[in-house]
Design a protein around this ligand. Structure first.
Ligand code: ACO
Length: 431
């Protein structure tokens, strides 16, 4: 870490001696004040629920400038990766720090595709679930269960174990998500086909059946690949922080990623695209475009409990750059599927336009996030709404594992253990 020239001074009004705190500079983005010695020297903690002002780690993987609406993976702008690279190249970049040349790409792709099958026992494990279980409930279980099947990659302190666990997770997530789907609809599982692309193989495992050949549609394949790239990593968000915190105890990578899947499920995080689509469906049912004004009014009323799902972001206070790319993909997919006049897409466009001009949203810098469009794209591809967050988990796995491995390799890493401001009862007075 690079020390800044200046220091921060913390002073107290009650006579406690003031304290100098070192300041570190990031390569880009805000500096951080190092408060590690604060408790030792003053007996006080900092208070920051929701980590609004706390950098929990140092990281060289992903950078977001929320005000500019900029997202970089290892220094590469998301727009460049989404338009010039595929998902496996992006995985290589996130995991190892460089975009692969042709040879490295071939080797990496081969390593991933050699691990796409899951242990045959997995399907018997899956059978224990109700068929109508939410796919995220199933997926949390399946990912956690990987540690019961792959004992040779569970030692988080062993770099070889970490590497093989990373490859296995990236390779097997599409298989597991597709299995969770097939189980729910009562169709036979489709084994992976290693001659297809990562996204193409997933489409076939989802929508193919043993009865006939499945032709991968290149427009849908590209759209899905882009969804994967756009969701691959996003700095220290809730699920990534969960993975880091969980992994900081030394637990195995599969267990740590299962914790990430569980966190992502929440509607304020990965569940937002499902929530956004459900919201559009509700507006459509209750009068469509005509009723947008009424809906916006509710979303602005704190007592209504209604939010404009797919709008707002903890970090982006500008247009989410992923939302722009997703809007482009959305148009392509709808055209390919002959759904240009899709009422939900039209409704989404109308809602976006009104919200972007409304004072409430403008003042609070609430812009559409990636989830606003990704739900429409996935629905057009034929992915059921309750699987959207599963697709997000599949894509984010590489980010989680890259962040986990970065943490374990960091000499400053410690078990994560936040402190608290205790507001409960003090011990009762002795009789
Ligand atoms: N609709 C209506 N009002 C909103 C919305 C929204 N979608 N989002 C924020 N606001 C309002 C808040 O009520 C608050 O108003 P106030 O200042 O008058 O009290 C203000 O905007 C600031 O919002 P916070 O909740 O403090 O912002 P925070 O950074 O904590 O939350 C979050 C961000 C959780 C994403 C929020 O905007 C939200 O719930 N959005 C809808 C869900 C969503 O789309 N989540 C996806 C996130 S992206 C992802 O996970 C890939």
């Amino acid at each position: 870490m690079k020390l800044a020239d200046n220091k921060a001074t913390l002073s107290f009004s009650n006579g406690t001696p003031s304290m100098e705190l070192p300041v570190y500079q990031g390569n880009i983005g805000p500096d951080v004040i190092d408060i590690r010695k604060l408790y030792g020297q003053t007996g006080m903690f900092t208070y920051d629920p929701g980590f609004l002002s706390t950098a929990s780690c140092q990281s060289a993987i992903t950078y977001i400038d929320g005000d500019k609406g900029e997202l970089l993976y290892r220094g590469y702008p998301i727009e460049q990766l989404a338009t010039q690279c595929d998902f496996l190249e992006t995985c290589h970049l996130l995991l190892y720090g460089d975009l692969p040349d042709a040879q490295k790409k071939t080797d990496f792709t081969k390593r991933v595709t050699m691990h796409t099958m899951v242990n045959e026992q997995m399907q018997f494990f899956l059978r224990g679930f109700r068929r109508d279980a939410h796919p995220m409930a199933v997926l949390t279980g399946l990912v956690g269960a990987l540690s019961a099947f792959y004992h040779d990659s569970t030692d988080i302190n062993n770099p070889e174990h970490r590497e093989i666990a990373a490859i296995r997770l990236i390779a097997k997530m599409p298989t597991l998500v597709a299995m969770a789907y097939k189980y729910g609809v009562g169709q036979p599982y489709m084994y992976p086909r290693n001659d297809l692309s990562y996204a193409g193989n997933f489409l076939r495992m989802m929508f193919g059946t043993p009865c006939e050949d499945y032709q991968v549609n290149p427009v849908l394949e590209r759209a899905l690949d882009r969804i994967f790239i756009l969701h691959a990593d996003h700095e220290q968000n809730a699920s990534t922080s969960t993975v880091r915190l969980c992994g900081s105890s030394g637990t195995n990578p599969f267990a740590a990623i299962a914790a990430g899947v569980a966190c992502l499920w929440g509607p304020a995080h990965g569940g937002a695209n499902e929530a956004a689509l459900n919201m559009l469906g509700d507006i459509q049912k209750n009068g469509g475009v005509e009723k947008i004004g009424e809906f916006i009014k509710q979303a602005k009323d704190k007592n209504s409990g209604v939010k404009l799902m797919g709008f707002g972001h903890r970090v982006y206070k500008n247009y989410d750059p992923r939302a722009k790319l997703m809007q482009e993909t959305c148009k392509e997919v709808l055209q390919e599927m002959g759904l240009e006049n899709d009422p939900l897409f039209k409704l989404a466009m109308a809602l976006e336009k009104i919200a972007l001009e409304d004072d409430y949203f403008v003042q609070r810098k609430l812009y559409p996030n990636v989830d606003f469009y990704s739900g429409i794209v996935q629905r057009a591809i034929g992915i059921p709404v309750n699987l959207f967050t599963g697709i997000f988990s599949l894509a984010r796995t590489v980010g989680w594992i890259a962040q986990l491995n970065e943490m374990i390799s960091d000499p400053e890493y410690k078990i994560g253990r936040p402190r608290q401001l205790f507001t409960g009862s003090p011990p009762p007075p002795r009789p």
